[in-house]
Design a protein around this ligand. Structure first.
Ligand code: NAP
Ligand code: ZN
Ligand code: ZN
Length: 352
């Protein structure tokens, strides 16, 4: 049998464009589900990994961790789904299942390191894992999610990363109808943060550098938009927020946002990874018992909870459907924040 049995799109170097390649997918083991991928969202992390922005990319890289599709095969011990069902896979395809985090449905904080959907060591084939820019994927049923049937399937895909990454801090910090939440950056994560916070009943503000996004933000559910480069507007929300979800992917000054937190408020970073510059000034934190925190994706049970919530409240992502062959242009547009608000690849285009 041909080991490289699956068509995919990936890159062989940090400075090379993505192109068609072939990768190996394993045969289903008793606990595995094989999924024909119908749509895959395009996350800014895909771009970071393809271009080795964080270091540690092992090539070839096949990105994609916002996967929805149809079950085509199941192992003999699978109980969660059957052939023909809709299925989804997010950022995780494995973890140790034994550590304290895994035992508490926090696979994303597995103490032995989770297995990412792409660019992680693959325990089965001893290669790297390859993501959703591909025809099919084989995943242990524990890491496969059920898709609410009432939602537009293509627009569900981004929930698997942009959705859960913003849902998890909203839930952890107990956001509800009395909460005042702010979101920094209106991109893939930011627009889901607005919709989900609104769905939970919070009052929501968007901080954006881009005045042209004001109308969109309001239509997405933001009660207020603050242009972050305007000092007067920043002053108008001093001391206001219980939680700020900061989705900005690149280094930026977070000190101005700390002064917009209420007493006991938290600024949670989900976008930028690395040293902060300028450094954090502790004075407003100490004087207001404020926190700066971070958060990564979410666990499997929490991801299912978010999908079910979206099914109930009719929440999906705002998407622009692209062909697989257009991915390099899509990355350039994402770098210019020219996406409203998530690219989703129609994987039928890969078959052509
Ligand atoms: P995205 O769609 O490109 O959106 C990012 C938004 O941030 C932009 O639309 C823009 O909004 C703002 N922005 C961009 N560059 C900026 C800069 N230099 N300074 C200030 N604001 C800037 O990206 P995304 O897919 O939402 O991902 C956001 C970040 O989260 C990425 O770094 C990604 O890798 C990371 N991520 C983290 C997790 C996690 O688990 N923690 C999960 C998924 C993604 P405005 O035009 O409104 O200012
Ligand atoms: Zn992502
Ligand atoms: Zn673990």
């Amino acid at each position: 049998m041909d080991a490289k049995n699956t068509k995919a799109f990936g890159t062989v170097a940090s400075d090379a464009p993505l192109k068609e390649i072939h990768i190996q997918r394993r045969e289903v083991t008793p606990k595995d589900i094989e999924i024909e991928i119908l749509y895959c969202g395009v996350c800014h992390s895909d771009l970071h990994t393809a271009r080795n922005d964080w270091g540690g990319s092992v090539y070839p890289v096949v990105p994609g961790h916002e996967i929805v599709g149809k079950v085509t095969k199941v192992g003999s011990g699978v109980t969660k789904l059957k052939v023909g069902d809709l299925a989804a896979v997010g950022c995780l395809v494995d973890s140790c299942r034994e550590c304290d985090s895994c035992q508490h449905d926090l696979e994303q904080y597995c103490l032995n390191g989770f297995t990412g959907t792409y660019n992680s060591p693959d325990k089965h084939l001893h290669l790297q894992t390859y993501g959703g820019y591909s025809e099919k994927v084989v995943v242990d049923e524990h890491f496969v999610l059920k898709v609410p049937a009432n939602l537009n399937l293509a627009a569900v895909a981004p929930l698997l990363c942009a959705g859960i990454t913003t849902w998890s801090p909203l839930r952890h910090w107990n956001v509800g109808k009395d909460s005042k939440v702010a979101v920094v950056g209106l991109g893939g994560l930011g627009h889901m943060a607005i919709k989900l916070a609104k769905g939970l009943g919070a009052e929501v503000t968007l901080f954006s550098r881009t005045p042209e996004k004001t109308q969109d933000a309001k239509e997405l559910g933001a009660d207020t938009v603050v242009i972050s480069t305007d000092a007067e507007q920043m002053k108008s929300v001093k001391g206001k927020f219980d939680l700020i979800i900061d989705t900005v992917p690149y280094i930026h000054d977070i000190n101005p946002y700390i002064s917009t937190l209420n007493i006991n408020g938290t600024h949670v970073l989900v976008g930028y990874l690395g040293d902060l510059n300028p450094m954090l000034n502790s004075v407003p934190m100490i004087m207001g018992r404020k926190s700066v925190a971070g958060s990564v994706i979410g666990g499997i049970a929490e991801t299912q909870e978010m999908l079910d919530f979206c099914g109930k409240h009719n929440i999906v992502s705002e998407i622009e459907i692209i062909k697989m062959q257009d991915i390099n242009t899509a990355y350039e547009r994402m770098l210019k924040s020219d996406v409203r608000y998530r690219f989703v690849i129609d994987m039928a285009s890969l078959k052509k």
